[in-house]
Design a protein around this ligand. Structure first.
Ligand code: GLU
Length: 389
């Protein structure tokens, strides 16, 4: 099992913040808490980590701005509350982070954006670009359009999907619970706190009650679900209390929290997923130069592709076939099949002139590719020559 590392040793951290931490039912936004949180985020970034925030609180804040009575909201009421609250929430994050000269970028996702591969790739590209320019993505579900059948509903699982989507190595769920207990601690005096969870077994799942407070939707149940999503794709998860100011500093200073061990590395898990696709939707036949490039860990550029077979959409898995006819790798297509056909053999710089828009330089990016057989360009050539003899 991988062991727990200090927070500043993780390189990409997703922090999920529950509504109750950010919003007080009577007084609205908890500005001092947010400022302290942003200072902790700035410290992590100063150590070189990428930080992403999944912030709840839109509905709670909208409720407080609109002075809505307590109790359950109808769908259209919570959608309207989210619309009002999200604007304040995003502004609050942006202002608070700017105190440390950090730029915030707002991303609102719906379930389809993470579950449909095409949209998933688009959302991921935007988030990655934000990270590349040093910004902190502030992410929430787009509650204004999400309806009950097609929504996450809780930000625990959304945060886990964001973590797997971006190859994060740590997901921190901050709420009013400091971790996982063997039983609900307010009901059972013998409940034991669990500091390390090596694996989410059925026993661990059984320990998660259903509790959720009025302000937040997720209880321990959704946190364990989030843990399953995160850890199976190689991302560690921490459940910690955010009740005090500066919970991340508190954790570094020894405040207790529950740590869920990752079951692999993000890259391995992601590539396993690509390699594990049962039926590639198409084939890209490549030349010797591209075989060598792939063997050296490079992306597949259109220039090295000779032929495109099949009907596939961007994001579908395709097989990469060497000159000898052998499958060399698999990857997620960066282009639809008809676009791929148009740019076959062409330089990446020509893509815009051919397709009418500046697409991606790679036909398959190396992050989206997994080698499925050992590459030896020389033997590839020999086999090809033999087959022509
Ligand atoms: N997306 C909801 C909001 O911003 C919160 C969901 C949750 O509490 O997990 O209000």
């Amino acid at each position: 099992m991988t062991t727990r590392k200090p927070l500043d040793r993780y390189r990409r951290i997703v922090i999920k913040i529950g509504s109750a931490l950010l919003v007080d039912r009577k007084t609205g936004l908890r500005k001092a808490w947010l400022d302290a949180m942003c200072a902790d985020i700035a410290a992590l970034k100063a150590k070189g980590a990428d930080v992403l925030v999944v912030s709840s609180g839109a509905i709670a804040l909208g409720r407080s701005v609109l002075d809505l009575p307590s109790g359950a909201l109808k769908l259209e009421e919570s959608q309207a509350a989210a619309a009002v609250g999200q604007i304040s929430l995003a502004r609050a994050w942006s202002e608070s982070l700017s105190r440390d000269e950090i730029v915030a970028g707002q991303i609102l996702l719906t379930l389809g954006d993470t579950e449909e591969r095409r949209r998933y790739l688009n959302a991921r590209a935007t988030i990655n670009q934000l990270l590349k320019i040093g910004a902190v993505p502030i992410i929430n579900e787009n509650d204004t359009v999400a309806t009950s059948e097609i929504r996450y509903g809780d930000n625990d699982r959304l945060a886990a999907r964001v973590a797997t989507m971006t190859g994060a190595d740590l997901l921190i769920l901050l709420s009013d619970i400091d971790g996982l207990y063997t039983a609900p601690p307010h009901l059972d005096p013998d409940a034991r706190f669990l500091e390390t969870i090596a694996e989410i077994t059925p026993e661990i799942e059984a320990m998660a009650g259903g509790a959720a407070s009025e302000l937040s939707r997720g209880g321990m149940r959704t946190k364990i679900d989030a843990g399953k999503i995160a850890t199976t794709s190689g991302c560690a998860m921490i459940i910690a209390s955010g009740k005090t100011d500066s919970p991340l500093s508190a954790m570094a200073n020894g405040a207790r929290s529950s740590w869920f061990a990752p079951s692999g590395t993000p890259v391995t898990a992601r590539k396993t997923w690509i390699a594990g696709q049962l039926q590639p939707a198409g084939e890209l036949h490549i030349d010797d130069g591209a075989v060598t490039a792939l063997g050296a860990g490079k992306s597949l550029l259109p220039a090295g592709v000779r032929k495109v077979i099949g009907l596939f959409s961007r994001g579908d898995t395709v097989a990469i076939i060497g000159p000898s006819g052998r499958e060399i790798a698999r990857g997620l297509a960066g282009y639809d099949a008809d676009e791929a056909r148009q740019i076959v053999g062409r330089k990446s710089a020509e893509i815009e002139a051919i397709l009418g828009y500046a697409g991606r330089a790679a036909m398959i990016h190396r992050d989206d590719m997994v080698m499925t057989s050992q590459v030896n360009p020389k033997s590839e050539r020999q086999k090809k020559d033999a087959s022509y003899a």
